[in-house]
Design a protein around this ligand. Structure first.
Ligand SMILES: Nc1ncnc2c1ncn2[C@@H]1O[C@H](COP(=O)(O)OP(=O)(O)OP(=O)(O)O)[C@@H](O)[C@H]1O
Length: 523
């Protein structure tokens, strides 16, 4: 009796010491084997779904579907009662998992199958005892057996509870993280809405994407028509990123002459080429710790594209004339208004560079496809104008907004901004902008928009201009004239910039620069 008490206490202590379910089941089954002289003992665990019993140690065969009555455990669970299974009956059961268990138990003469339930009726699993002596009453009738069995059930439940608690805590943490995450995204989107204005679905979605892009180190490719806000997006990414304290270096690949672009980007040493009279740090080096914004990436020459690809892969580069490689840790944001896909098909843009640039692609919807943004943007530009010029408060009438809504804005938001600023100039402080002062089509207009006699240019094409005595701003008038000529010439050459540039005696890059400046589209 004394002996049995000691054994019982030792066994109980061993069970209580186990701090996870697999160890508990393993210890309990080994104890039962040793204490009661079993050939083998198994503890099958019912999973959370209540549909499958799991038995470890059967090499991938230890899954028992509770609805499959070709193994004996389904019966035991269904009846909730313990039963004996003889060797002869075991042979007849055609279930791979059960046969594996039977084999691994040395094909005993008898098996005792006992369902285990908690006090609350919750089924935990099935206990399987194997031995060659079929007298089960001699074991299951012993107080030591029932004590151990009870303790096993108790510990099993408490392991499940603590596992539940861990899951609950993890779940709670995950949803809190998610909430925090959602809250951060929401605050950052609000912050961004001050510079990237608009309430349309497209812009709201874009703001969310920008916040996510900013939180990563991925290269971002911003695509969108001219004037739709690519620069604003790039700045937003920089300012919301953890590089915000670092520099933001902006390079317009279309505006820098091809011959200079490489030395501008990579820098050079003194004497690297004629005219290089001192060392010069390149823009890549300047962007170290910050963001490099390559605008109009589609205009980057092929030779430079390969070099850029190498830099992006290694973050290393060699200034012109230098012996040593340099390192720069920058995040790249690139932008283009031209579809790079066409450039790739025409062999002007490297496909591998395209993939490298567009790890996080962003596309800005043209303004004409998001009329919901017109009012917010107009009011934003009015506010900027009145603050800058110190003008009195101003609004915009519903008729004026209606007129704007019917316009197609080929120059996108930049064009809207110009239109609003011009209208502000003609609206007295305290008033609302009226439709009459909205000069739509000024730079992009179809012939006749200015309602003036056409001014003929040398090749016979007609360009509409205001009457000379109506001109109040010479610079604006000459620029409008220049833009009109370029537009007309591009139209003549079906949008071919190379031919249009040649016919006007301009380098292609200068024409590209002017198109950019005046928002003249190729079509
Ligand atoms: N959503 C917006 N909210 C406020 N201002 C905007 C928005 N989108 C564009 N703008 C303004 O419109 C003008 C043109 O925008 P931006 O320079 O970013 O366009 P872009 O797409 O980079 O043009 P480009 O193709 O010529 O490089 C800027 O004055 C910019 O501040």
């Amino acid at each position: 009796m004394q002996m049995e008490l000691h054994t019982g206490i030792d066994l109980a202590v061993a069970l209580i010491q186990q701090d996870n379910l697999p160890d508990l089941l393993n210890t309990a089954t080994r104890q039962l084997e040793n204490t009661f002289g079993l050939t083998r003992c198994w503890a099958l665990e019912l999973d959370l779904s209540g549909r499958t019993l799991h038995c470890s140690g059967l090499d991938g065969l230890g899954e028992f579907d509770c609805g499959d009555f070709s193994h004996p455990f389904a019966h035991v669970l269904q009846t909730g009662k313990a039963r004996e299974l003889t060797r002869a009956a075991s042979y007849r059961l055609d279930h791979g998992g059960f046969q594996a268990l039977f084999d691994a138990s040395d094909r005993p003469r008898s098996l005792w199958l006992e369902p285990l339930k908690g006090d609350d009726g919750r089924t935990l699993g099935v206990l399987v005892l194997c031995r060659d002596e079929p007298d089960w009453q001699g074991i299951t009738g012993q107080p030591l057996y029932s004590g151990l069995r009870q303790l096993l059930v108790h510990q099993w439940i408490s392991q499940l509870q603590s596992r539940d608690q861990i899951w609950q805590r993890r779940l709670l943490k995950r949803s809190l993280d998610h909430l925090n995450d959602a809250e951060t995204v929401r605050t950052r989107c609000q912050q961004l809405a001050r510079t990237l204005v608009g309430n349309s679905e497209a812009i709201t979605r874009l703001r969310g994407q920008i916040v996510r892009a900013a939180g990563s180190q991925l290269s971002v490719l911003v695509q969108g028509e001219t004037g739709c806000g690519k620069d604003v997006v790039a700045r937003g990414i920089h300012e919301l990123s953890d590089r915000a304290e670092g520099p933001m270096v902006v390079v317009n690949c279309a505006a820098i002459p091809e011959t200079l672009l490489e030395s501008e980007l990579f820098g050079h040493t003194k004497g690297a080429f004629s005219g290089a009279d001192s060392d010069k740090q390149g823009l890549l080096a300047q962007a170290d710790g910050g963001t490099l914004f390559l605008d109009e990436i589609g205009d980057m020459p092929m030779a430079l594209q390969s070099k850029l690809l190498r830099v992006l892969e290694s973050r290393q580069f060699r200034p012109l004339g230098a012996r040593e490689e340099q390192r720069s840790d920058f995040r790249l944001v690139a932008a283009t208004h031209q579809p790079l896909q066409t450039g790739i098909e025409e062999g002007r843009f490297r496909r591998d560079l395209f993939y490298r640039l567009s790890q996080f692609p962003l596309r800005i919807t043209p303004l004409r496809e998001r009329p919901d943004d017109l009012e917010a943007l107009s009011r934003h530009f009015i506010r900027l104008y009145t603050q800058r010029e110190g003008a009195g408060p101003m609004g915009i009438s519903s008729h004026a907004l209606h007129l704007l809504a019917g316009y197609h804005f080929p120059g996108n938001v930049r064009e809207l901004r110009n239109i609003i600023e011009l209208a502000c100039l003609q609206t007295p402080g305290g008033d609302d902008i009226q439709p009459e002062v909205l000069r739509l089509n000024d730079l992009f207009g179809e012939p006749g928009a200015w309602n003036r006699p056409p001014c003929h240019v040398e090749d016979g094409g007609a360009v509409d201009m205001p009457a000379v005595d109506e001109i109040r701003d010479l610079k604006a008038a000459s620029q409008a004239f220049e833009a009109a000529i370029i537009r007309e010439r591009l139209r003549q050459y079906g949008g071919n910039r190379a031919q249009a540039a040649e016919s006007l005696g301009l380098p292609k890059r200068t024409l590209a620069h002017k198109c950019l400046k005046y928002q003249v589209s190729d079509s």
